[in-house]
Ligand binder design. Structure first.
Ligand code: MF3
Ligand code: CO
Ligand code: CO
Length: 268
């Protein structure tokens, strides 16, 4: 006989917590907007990190990544074949680069987590298409965020879309519950079996952050810095991330400040 896990540690957030996480999420999204005009050829990723860090600190937020499990910087900046957790440094952006910036804010103790892609100068058609499809993957995942749906339908639909375009879905890094801590339950896989996993319910808050690769799905971690994850075959990777609150109706995308997604009337 199989046992069901009845002791899920998925936090159902209170209205007060949701409001705090909403404000932090807006600040994280604003950080990605503020840095956008600086993402240009010749600029170092360290400089972009400083723009992000200064904005977060000026708005009374703590950049959550700095010191997290020893991570050294206030953002993650992942260029081209870097899948995630790229450490800002002396690298100067070049024409044709595709760049992900990922920031997590702690505002009044609440966490908001988001990332997006930026294109540097003239980007090849195949890179542009990877970025476009990855953004679609996130939107498709968000559309699955309806109360009563098994959580793994998110990853099932994301991977279906990625593979339909000949891409592969990274399975070594996942989305995650967020808000009270940086990484909470549940784990949100971006490739998964349909109709499995915990059932979504109003007040759950988690990220969806698909990493989609042009070639093989496998990643390797840089031996020297212990963080930078690159594609095993050196091909391109793209990622977008939002923090999402499940409601009784449509999903509430807390890090969406450009009105791409509808704002639902109430959570409960
Ligand atoms: N912000 C990343 C995420 O989306 C996590 C970065 S952890 C770090 O979950 F230590 F690398 F900063
Ligand atoms: Co995240
Ligand atoms: Co993130």
């Amino acid at each position: 006989m199989a046992f069901r896990d009845t002791k899920s540690k998925i936090i159902i957030k209170t209205p007060e917590q949701i409001e705090g996480i909403r404000l932090s999420s807006i600040l994280a999204a604003q950080t990605l907007e503020i840095v956008a005009p600086y993402v240009k050829q010749g600029v170092t990723t360290d400089f972009l990190n400083k723009i992000c860090a200064d904005f977060m600190l000026a708005n009374k937020a703590i950049p959550a990544t700095k010191g997290y499990n020893g991570y050294p910087k206030e953002s993650c900046i992942s260029v081209n074949d870097v899948v995630c957790h790229g450490i800002p440094g002396k690298y100067e952006l070049r024409d044709g680069d595709i760049v992900n910036i990922d920031v997590t804010t702690i505002l009044n103790g609440f966490f908001g987590d988001t990332s997006r892609m930026y294109l540097v100068g003239e980007v090849s058609e195949h890179a542009k298409k990877l970025v476009k499809v990855t953004k679609e993957c996130l939107a498709i995942g968000i559309n699955q965020c309806i109360s009563g749906t098994p959580i793994n339908n998110i990853g099932y639909e994301i991977n279906k879309h990625a593979t339909a375009h000949g891409y592969s879905t990274v399975y070594e890094f996942c989305g995650h519950g967020v808000g009270i801590k940086f990484h909470e339950e549940p784990e949100v896989c971006h490739i998964a079996d349909k109709n499995t996993g915990p059932i979504l319910a109003p007040g759950m808050i988690f990220t969806i952050e698909p990493m989609i690769n042009a070639g093989k799905a496998r990643c390797k971690i840089d031996r020297k810095d212990g963080w930078t994850a690159r594609t095993i075959d050196g091909k391109l990777s793209a990622q977008f991330e939002h923090t999402i609150c499940i409601t009784k109706g449509k999903p509430f995308v807390l890090t969406d400040i450009s009105n791409e997604f509808e704002i639902p009337e109430s959570v409960f």
